[in-house]
Ligand binder design. Structure first.
Ligand SMILES: [Zn+2]
Ligand SMILES: [Zn+2]
Length: 326
């Protein structure tokens, strides 16, 4: 049943990807022929036309690049564990295993029932990109939201100018209906995207994922006024974790830059409540039941440790076998 659900969801994802590319094509076609060319004909200004071409061209290329990267780049999952230092992680934390995929489950990872694996720093599963948004593709998703939203807003301004400025009256007689349809599409999409983009960017600035935001009210067992959080000292460090740079303009340029964290250990966080309260968490069964950040004290759960080591050994065997086969 779970497999059927996953396949249906993946199929819907493919349809939404095709729908997105269709909308992208229609809106860009309309921007070129309705906004740029009509503005050029009406204003007869080379400078304005060049500026519009550069502005729309830059936003449009970045929208497509970041969309394709968000679709194609893996957010990072526990299926990639053979490639990280599991020994070191095990020394720092006694990591629990996921009851669904039977893999080790590092901090901030969550199981996605569509992808059927635990995703590093999982934000959400996005059907529009047919992929999970997680640690390694978060930046592309955020930049996709930014550039697509910016394109829609400036297109909406362009369409408002076409609609209410009498200078365009001579050019709009033949295409009023088409312009109206695309304009309404741009207005409505820009409002919806603005709300969604704002929410995602605010969470990124604060160092939260969507899942962590909704779960953040879980109090620390040590001090109820404190909460489990992975945020850094300031918003630049929070963005650095996602974009791999502290230089703001570089964050907005296309890149495949490496990030400071590996998606498994989160050593540079301001709050060490998580590490400090491992003992308290292990002594509080209610807390363990209410959060997916399930960690247990090593001494108090030897069976779990043995199970983890067995799973890890199995993974290494499979990995070595795969390498030998290849
Ligand atoms: Zn899992
Ligand atoms: Zn997923």
């Amino acid at each position: 049943m779970n497999k059927l659900y996953s396949q249906i969801f993946k199929l819907i994802g493919v349809c939404l990807q095709v729908l997105f590319l269709g909308l992208y094509g229609i809106i860009n076609y309309s921007i070129i022929f309705d906004i740029i060319i009509l503005h050029h004909l009406a204003y007869q200004s080379i400078a304005l036309t060049v500026m519009l071409c550069i502005l729309f061209g830059f936003c449009s290329m970045n929208t497509l690049f970041n969309y394709l990267a968000a679709c194609a780049i893996s957010p990072g999952s526990t299926y990639e564990f053979p490639f990280v230092n599991v020994e070191q992680i095990q020394q720092q934390f006694n990591i629990n295993t996921c009851s669904k995929c039977r893999k080790v489950k590092p901090p901030r990872s969550h199981h996605c029932s569509v992808c059927n694996k635990c995703i590093f720093k999982m934000d959400h599963h996005c059907p529009w990109i047919n992929n999970c948004v997680g640690h390694f593709n978060m930046r592309y998703f955020l930049l996709f939201l930014f550039y697509s939203n910016f394109t829609l807003i400036i297109s909406s301004v362009g369409y408002l100018n076409l609609t209410f400025n009498s200078i365009f009256d001579d050019y709009l007689n033949q295409i009023t209906f088409i312009v109206s349809i695309v304009a309404i599409l741009c207005y409505s999409l820009s409002v919806a995207m603005s709300i969604f983009s704002l929410m995602n960017w605010l969470l990124a600035l604060k160092g939260y994922t969507q899942i962590e935001y909704w779960n953040k009210k879980i109090p620390s067992p040590q001090d109820s006024s404190k909460q489990i959080t992975f945020e850094h000292a300031n918003f630049i460090d929070n963005l650095n974790e996602i974009f791999g740079t502290k230089v703001i303009y570089k964050m907005f340029l296309p890149s495949f830059r490496k990030q400071p964290e590996d998606g498994v250990t989160w050593k540079n966080c301001k709050s060490n409540i998580f590490q400090q309260s491992l003992q308290d968490i292990s002594n509080n069964p209610n807390f363990i039941n209410n959060t997916s950040l399930q960690y247990k004290n090593k001494e108090s759960d030897q069976n779990k440790k043995n199970q983890f080591q067995q799973l890890q050994q199995n993974d290494n065997d499979i990995f070595q076998l795969t390498n030998e086969t290849l």
